[in-house]
Design a protein around this ligand. Structure first.
Ligand code: TYD
Length: 204
């Protein structure tokens, strides 16, 4: 089972998944936790190029292709082998982030992003996508309050950009109803954590 976590900045998805992972492990499931961009050495190197605050000259399509390249390497080295071994893969962001951030946020168009990503992923889609929905104003406040969280190039975008990204995710959730579940991520952490576990257990 391939599960992806999506949402705007500061939605708390990375923190909220921890509880579900530990509960699933207790129940004997083998879980591979990973993230995008990154997850393997080559993909993490690409991540550093994408998110470097100094790379102000980066062209939007270059950015989109780097995300897709990082994704491909991650699939080849980590996700496909784990799925083949029957493990549950939980990936913090995947293709939908490219559709929302590059397709809509950057205005490249979701069709263009989809095409690049079909090439990169050979049509590999998650079985379940959990969208941690939150007003980006609240999300950015959370990031500002969390001194451990590193601020990256995408975080530095205007609020309008993040609002577009949120709307894009909600639209994707409607379009891909079968694999999407939307959570209200503004709720207290304990509630969100339990909801995530419930959602995954139901799908298993
Ligand atoms: P990260 O620090 O992992 O952020 P978060 O905790 O919010 O997931 O940085 C990843 C950034 O890259 C984030 O701003 C979202 C962005 N992103 C894209 O723009 N396109 C993509 O395809 C992916 C995977 C991420």
């Amino acid at each position: 089972m391939f599960i992806t976590l999506e949402g705007p900045e500061g939605s708390g998805k990375t923190t909220a998944i921890k509880y579900a992972v530990s509960e699933l492990k207790k129940r004997g499931y083998e879980i591979v936790e990973t993230r995008e961009p990154g997850g393997t050495s080559i993909s993490e190197q690409i991540r550093n190029v994408i998110l470097d605050k100094e790379n102000k000259a980066m062209d939007p399509r270059t950015e989109a292709l780097l995300y897709a390249a990082s994704r491909r390497q991650h699939l080849v080295e980590k996700i496909w082998p784990a799925l083949k071994e029957g493990k549950i893969v939980i990936c913090d962001r995947y293709l939908d982030s490219s559709l929302a951030y590059q397709g809509v946020g950057r205005g490249i168009g979701t069709k263009n992003i989809l095409n690049a990503n079909l090439f990169a992923t050979e049509d590999t889609w998650p079985d379940l996508t959990i969208l941690f929905d939150i007003d980006p104003t609240v999300g950015m406040e959370r990031i500002a309050a969390n001194s451990n969280r590193e601020v990256n190039r995408l975080d530095l975008e205007e609020m309008e950009f993040h609002k577009k990204v949120r709307e894009a995710f909600l639209k994707l959730a409607k379009k891909y109803k079968k694999r999407y579940v939307v959570i209200d991520a503004s709720k207290p952490l304990e509630e969100v954590e339990k909801e995530v576990l419930d959602i995954i257990l139901k799908r298993l």
